[in-house]
Design a protein. Structure first.
Length: 291
């Protein structure tokens, strides 16, 4: 059963990543290739604060969100001046920059060796040390993140984002500051991705730069894009079907730099089971992706 709980924890993490990226892609029309980098910021912030300062896990999450938000704001201001495929290339560059910082800033990130033995969260003396208990924690945090994104998309702010996605010129003609709304959406989506990183670090108990490569950003894009189309009937997502619960892949997925994590992902491939694109269609925010 621990294996099943572990898979469900990963599903929770990718749900957070999917809804946060869908805020950018589905509602704003921004195709970001840097989402794994902001996930890494949350993971490394939590890891460093827990291992170096002994800070409580639940206090590291808002700090990771804050740092990811500040970094994304600084990066968004220049990169969002370009549009379309030029923005995709710019976000790809951001992902490469973040990855190389993690890889080469050895004094802070421990470079390619990463961090192992990351302790599980504690709350009021209780340690979420089992996969079952951690699944409960991850599910609660996932619900909070999904609710936040849902509220954003249902607000007037979300309506403006939809207008920007459909026609930037029309939105500007109505007096909306398009770049400002894009930056806010980018910061919001990136900050929520940092929450997924915090969960990932303490769930796996190991992180290194190879956990957050451009391949992972592409996988997140696939989660959102494929999740939009894997639907069975109107309003009935494919996540409700057994075929939509796991993505059929060949080979296995070399997801992280540690041998233990590699073994786990090879096991997923051997069973043809991964945290899937189709499984997230059920929680995907309403509008989906417009390419």
């Amino acid at each position: 059963m621990d294996y099943i709980f572990y898979i469900l924890i990963l599903v929770d993490i990718f749900i957070i990543l999917a809804v946060s990226l869908n805020l950018l892609m589905g509602f704003t029309g921004l195709i970001s290739m840097a989402h794994a980098g902001f996930m890494a910021i949350g993971a490394y912030t939590t890891t460093l604060l827990i291992t170096s300062l002994g800070m409580n896990f639940f206090l590291t999450i808002p700090l990771g969100v804050l740092i990811a938000g500040l970094v994304s704001a600084l990066l968004a201001l220049p990169s969002l001046r370009v549009k379309g495929e030029h923005y995709i290339i710019a976000s790809f560059g951001l992902q490469i920059i973040l990855y190389n910082i993690l890889l080469n800033w050895v004094s802070l990130t421990n470079g390619p060796y990463g961090f192992s033995g990351i302790p599980r969260p504690r709350l009021l003396g209780y340690t979420f040390g089992t996969y079952r208990s951690y699944l409960v924690l991850a599910s609660l945090i996932t619900l909070v993140c999904v609710f936040i994104i849902w509220r954003i998309t249902r607000s007037r702010f979300g309506l403006v984002l939809r207008g920007i996605r459909e026609d930037e010129i029309a939105a500007s003609s109505l007096g909306k500051n398009v770049n400002r709304f894009k930056v806010i959406a980018f910061v919001a989506g990136s900050s929520v991705a940092a929450v997924a990183g915090s969960l990932y670090a303490t769930a796996i108990s190991f992180i290194d730069p190879f956990c957050f490569t451009v391949h992972d950003s592409i996988f997140m894009l696939a989660v959102v894009i494929i999740g939009k189309y894997l639907r069975v009937g109107p309003g009935r997502p494919a996540a409700h079907q057994p075929a939509g619960a796991f993505e059929v892949l060949s080979g296995g997925r070399n997801h992280c730099g540690s041998p233990a994590a590699n073994d786990l992902w090879r096991a997923f491939g051997g069973l043809h089971a991964l945290p899937p694109a189709g499984a997230f269609a059920g929680i995907q925010v309403q509008e989906g992706v417009v390419l």
